[in-house]
Design a protein around this ligand. Structure first.
Ligand SMILES: *Cc1c(COP(=O)(O)O)cnc(C)c1O
Length: 399
């Protein structure tokens, strides 16, 4: 609809993208097309279909229907310069397919040390079993990544900011080094989404989202996506087909439904999260707040340079105290759920111990850490809740 029109702003694109008239027949939301078998008129038609590129053509259920194509196209339109998007039944499935589309036995992967833990486990487990070696790098390395590149280095996997410790990476500098050496770049862009960091425009080859988080936005669907830059889609699609990857049309429909309000949700959740982060900075029980929009966060200058704003996930370190004192804070919260994942409309608080998942940058925090996902509740209610929580923490810590 408007994907090629560069003057259209992302908030407009997020509403219009992917809604082709032939898929909607006038209905606002593309309906759910469920299919395994597609029927042909003749043997000749059936044989002709098999030889064609099946992207955007009904062929067999595993290749998708207009319900999945609509969402995939919408995500492609949100990334100016992108070639195409493939959808997956989870964010981890998306990460695995993206890496497998690029890496072969004997290759080396450079993986940021702040990466999501299952990404690390994939690299050091399954990929290692298939003869791929992984070297971890410091998230603040920037152009210094050039020193780590060896003859077998094939890909660099970034996550910026890291989803536990929030270091912002110098993506453009890493991309420049990689491209000069013929190395493929991948980015886990779940935190910023293309609305706040258009990764393909910044030169990233494959940008990945756990759509489970902000695209779905309602904590009820698992989903992942990989959007490919110029020349990168065919290998991604062929690998994903070979792996049998497929997102159910019902889930794709929920993803499209969530996407339409994503810009609005990100703005509201981002504003509330920053207000809470600033409030936490002023509390004596808090040693450090890790939020990319605060000057104390590693890579804050890069955040200001490269991002259009912040979203609703950040962390803080308490000043001293132990596991029990941290639990006293979290357990008594009235408006924060205790649970994994993030990006939904509801607030969450979890204990995190990121230094236990590091290889080359093990930094001991000043005290136990807490990660907050800020939802759409009233920000004053959330601050009052945290205020009481910090009182409980202080009493538990000081006896
Ligand atoms: C949640 C998450 C993933 C994985 O997504 P799932 O849909 O849970 O598999 C990947 N990367 C980041 C940064 C995440 O937070």
């Amino acid at each position: 609809m408007s994907g090629s029109d560069k003057t259209v702003k992302p908030a407009t694109r997020v509403v219009q993208a992917g809604r082709r008239p032939e898929w909607t027949a006038g209905i606002v939301n593309p309906p759910v097309w469920r299919a395994s078998t597609i029927l042909y008129d003749s043997v000749a038609d059936l044989r002709a279909a098999a030889g064609r590129d099946t992207h955007h053509r009904l062929f067999y259920g595993r290749r998708g229907t207009p319900t999945q194509w609509s969402l995939a196209d919408a995500l492609t339109e949100l990334e100016p310069g992108a070639e195409g998007t493939f959808l997956y039944p989870s964010g981890v499935a998306a990460i695995a397919a993206a890496l497998m589309s690029v890496l072969s036995p004997g290759d080396e992967l450079l993986l940021v040390d702040s990466a999501y833990d299952p990404t690390r486990a994939l690299a050091t487990g399954l990929l290692a079993r298939y003869g791929i070696t992984t070297r971890f790098y410091d998230p603040v390395i920037g152009a210094g990544i050039a020193d780590l590149i060896g003859p077998d280095t094939r890909a660099i996997f970034m996550e910026s900011p890291g989803s536990l410790t929030f270091e912002v990476q110098d993506v453009p500098a890493i991309v420049a080094v990689a491209h000069a050496r013929g190395i493929v770049t991948l980015l886990d862009n779940t935190w910023a989404t293309p609305l706040l960091f258009p990764a393909i425009e910044r030169g990233v080859d494959l940008t990945i989202m756990a759509c489970t988080k902000y695209v779905v936005g309602h904590s009820d669907v698992m989903m992942g996506s990989v959007t490919a830059g110029p020349g990168r889609f065919a290998a991604l699609r062929d690998t994903s087909f070979a792996l049998g990857q497929h997102l159910s049309p019902d889930d794709a429909w929920l993803g499209s439904r969530g996407l339409r309000t994503m810009a609005l949700r990100l703005r509201e959740q981002g504003e509330s999260a920053l207000a809470i982060a600033r409030w936490l900075e002023g509390r004596p029980e808090v040693a450090q707040v890790l939020h990319p929009a605060l000057p104390s966060c590693p890579g804050h200058d890069l955040f200001v340079r490269d991002f259009r704003g912040a979203t609703g996930l950040f962390a803080f370190a308490l000043d001293g105290g132990d596991e029990a004192a941290r639990a006293a804070l979290i357990d008594g919260l009235a408006h924060f759920g205790i649970g994994y994942s993030w990006g939904g409309y509801e607030s969450l608080a979890i204990p995190i111990d990121p230094h236990r998942h590091r290889s080359v940058t093990r930094r001991e925090p000043a005290g136990p850490m807490v990660r907050l996902q800020i939802g759409l509740e009233d920000v004053g209610d959330l601050i009052a809740d945290l205020d009481a929580g910090l009182d409980r923490f202080r009493h538990a810590r000081d006896g």
